[in-house]
Design a protein around this ligand. Sequence first.
Ligand code: C2O
Ligand code: CU
Ligand code: CU
Length: 494
Amino acid sequence: SAGFAAAGFAAFPLAGCKAQDASMLDSTDGSNLLAIPPLQRGEIEQGARVFRLSLTPGQKEFVTGVASPTIGIDAPYLGPTLEMRRGEWVQFHIDNKLAEGATVHWHGFELPAAADGGPHQLIRPGERWRPSFQVRQRASLYWYHSHLERGAGPQVYAGLAAPIYVRDDEEERLDLPSDYGVDDIPLIVQDRVIDGSGRLVYPLSMHARMMGVRGSRIFVNGTENAVFDAQTGQLRLRILNGSNARLYDFSLEGDRSMQLIASDGGLLDRSHIVRSVRLAPGERAQVIIDLSEGRPLRLLASSPENAMGMMGGRGMMGGGMMGRGDSGDASADVFQILDIRPASSAQRIRVPTQLASLAPTDPSSAVRTRRFVLDMGMMGGGMSINGAAMDMNVINERVPVGQWEIWEIANASMMAHPFHIHNVQFRVIDRDGRAPPPLETSLKDTVIVNPREQVRLLLRFEEHTDPDLPYMYHCHILEHEDAGMMGQFVVVKS
Ligand code: C2O
Ligand code: CU
Ligand code: CU
């Protein structure tokens, strides 16, 4: 049968099937208890943490009573949160029980290219893939997802994505909320298109090829209109924009403030009080919210772009310092994505303002500059980086190991692109010469590049690997990635 990655899966003849994960409708107002992905710690075997996972076809009711075909990892849709510690070795046994090839990429990790899970590490149906690597990343929220050649969009959309928690001593010393599912909550935010009959569809129209597939309904961990009953006076929310293409400004109803503590690759040097956090697909942020007043809180997500991908008003900064109500046409598009109900007696715990010690971002340490120009061509018909579309047989960049470089990412198009680089956590030097906002003051692996903007990154790859096996850099709007806004690099001995 045709795969999810083929022409789109709306044609699967599964309407009317009863889903196993009947949605957890718990009230008459249409709200649902927030699904929390199960936490999986794997098993320690011969000094390594071993995870056994299967990619499986599933069904999910996005609308009660109507099942849609999905893909999950040991689940009908999405998968377990994998927990690991910095410094340890992890090993995976990943069985592909799908009827199509797939890959599993460890987004945000520094690892050997053979373990990366990019388009070159195809797992055919019925095959098992066994990557292993040492966890070098700082404690943070990372994620794993499909990276199939020309097919990441439909597979992630169908559910092939889930969170990873890396823990470490540096973070544990701070005593931040870290009780999984209690006061430390992963939120995978995804928009989806549900057709008139209530089924999930992946409409790859001309418009969606250009803009990416964007839905008008928002799910958090697969739950729409989600409710979370807090038991503590504060919550740590780990937000992952797991959408294919939509950017969001996250905020609390009533303009309440949040404490921003971490970006993609770990803690900021200090916490920042913010009222809004902007995340593009692939980006993460962690915020602490205060429930000690006993008032319910609503997490909102609004779109900073209009239907044509234009940023409205002054919302061009990215990363969380802007106000709201200034985002042009899309400001009408405000979704209430999570209702947080406080505990009756909630204590406030103080979060330290000083969080981590980060090396200063020093561009003078760089020995060379590389430039990457992102473009879309006419009507999205020419997705490219430096004028070339992704070619599996072409290595675009050879980067010497261990040397600081500046990567200059220039956006020649009229819509924003989240630029992601594998095998590294980088620092943001500046945006058109301006200092980056708080979210971009720590380690990042994905960065928004606004229309006509140039963002400079400082980075260094730690280890050279197989000279013929490349890593990827690409736009994390998955339809752009699938259409070729991606390139390949190898890390070579200097
Ligand atoms: Cu999250 Cu190359 O992707
Ligand atoms: Cu990645
Ligand atoms: Cu893009």
